[in-house]
Design a protein around this ligand. Structure first.
Ligand code: GLY
Length: 376
């Protein structure tokens, strides 16, 4: 019975408690985070189709069964101002007041969108996240970043609005398609690289088993037997602990939180650019390319050990992730980098450059020529 108790990580973000629960019954704790039931639910369409009875149990566990449920497709396209406006209309229909709660069940895109709705509706209502993808469990659900895409840019409109509860149940991962597992691995590897050398060593050590389940297969289908093949709960807990520690120290991303952007500066550029090509990259794939590139740049400059760069590249590849892609034309690269929301008007783009596993330079400079060299 004891091992069924969710593992707990406590955060205090801008003076607000935010609790992460990880375990097979985490969803049943929902009522603890809903002071004024019933809540309203924004649920990913695939999750609602694949896990109907578990969702019903979670809702019933919250005492008051709410019929106010909005089912949305996942994917980057839903992160739009138009969708946000639709959600506001739905919240009005549901009669959600300032003491209401929005519960989001899904991956990073659903959580980003629902979190933004929660942070702006009636100047901010309570938000609870049930992450259902690996990426959301180790990254997107923690730390209160919300966003939609606008003006042709990724995530320029957003807020910091932490979920009061983050209930992570690995059972949801059983229906996760291969591509989403790979995306989650990119963020888990990133988290290990910035803050947990032991986790990185463990992942690297497990790369043959990882390759067996992640390297080959139809990216759109779930991976049979994957949940029992590797210690996912342990790894997710370790990665979540690192992320929680970072956001606890620097919720508003003034300093140490910037490390979480490892691989993201170039990642956002190639992700945006690739959407216009025949092989659009997912977020995790783009971040993998971005991480491999900055490790190569740092190793070439002699500021990071070459064997570390090799290990990072090996691990990403064994997880079925790309480590390079065709370089965008230099003018496009420069223009997209200028649109990076982490760029400041005085300093331009500050890259996260590795020195070693667990130590990042947060103020790195990288030229477009270096990037093009390593991409090509
Ligand atoms: N996903 C990066 C962050 O939360 O800061």
């Amino acid at each position: 019975m004891k091992e069924n108790k969710p593992r707990t990580i406590n955060m205090n973000l801008d003076g607000r408690p935010s609790q992460y629960l990880l375990g097979p019954l985490a969803g049943l704790e929902l009522s603890r985070f809903v002071p004024q039931p019933p809540p309203v639910y924004i649920v990913d369409e695939t999750v609602s189709r694949r896990h109907p009875s578990w969702l019903e149990q979670i809702q019933e566990g919250c005492d008051h069964f709410s019929h106010c449920t909005l089912v949305l497709p996942g994917g980057e396209n839903i992160k739009s101002l138009a969708r946000l406006a639709e959600i506001y209309a739905w919240l009005a229909d549901c009669g959600v007041n300032r003491d209401g709660t929005i519960v989001a069940v899904g991956g990073g895109t659903i959580l980003d969108l629902a979190g933004l709705a929660a942070s702006t509706w009636k100047r901010g209502v309570n938000f609870v996240a049930l992450p259902t993808t690996l990426l959301a469990m180790v990254d997107a659900a923690l730390g209160g970043k919300t966003a939609v895409n606008a003006a042709g840019l990724k995530n320029p409109v957003g807020t910091f609005h932490p979920a009061s509860g983050i209930l992570a149940d690995c059972g949801f991962l059983s229906s996760l398609p291969l591509r989403a597992w790979r995306d989650g691995m990119a963020e888990m590897i990133k988290t290990a690289l910035i803050g947990d050398p032991r986790l990185f060593a463990h992942l690297h050590h497990s790369r043959n088993q990882l390759a067996r389940v992640l390297r080959e297969g139809d990216p759109d289908l779930p991976v049979p037997g994957i949940l029992g093949a590797l210690p996912w709960t342990e790894w997710i807990g370790q990665a979540a602990y690192v992320k929680a520690d970072v956001v606890n120290r620097d919720f508003r991303e003034i300093g140490p939180r910037r490390a979480l952007n490892l691989g993201h500066t170039l990642g956002h550029v190639v992700e945006a650019w690739s959407q216009e090509t025949e092989s659009p990259l997912s977020h995790g794939e783009a971040v993998a390319i971005g991480m491999a590139a900055v490790f190569k740049v740092a190793a070439e400059r002699g500021t990071c050990p070459l064997p570390t760069a090799v290990q990072v590249t090996e691990l990403l590849m064994d997880c079925g992730l790309p480590v390079s892609c065709p370089a965008p034309p230099p003018a496009t690269l420069t223009a997209l980098l200028a649109g990076d929301k982490k760029a400041t008007s005085t300093d331009g783009v500050r890259w996260v450059l590795p020195r070693k596993v667990g130590l990042m330079d947060l103020d790195g400079r990288v030229t477009a020529a270096e990037i093009i060299k390593w991409l090509d």
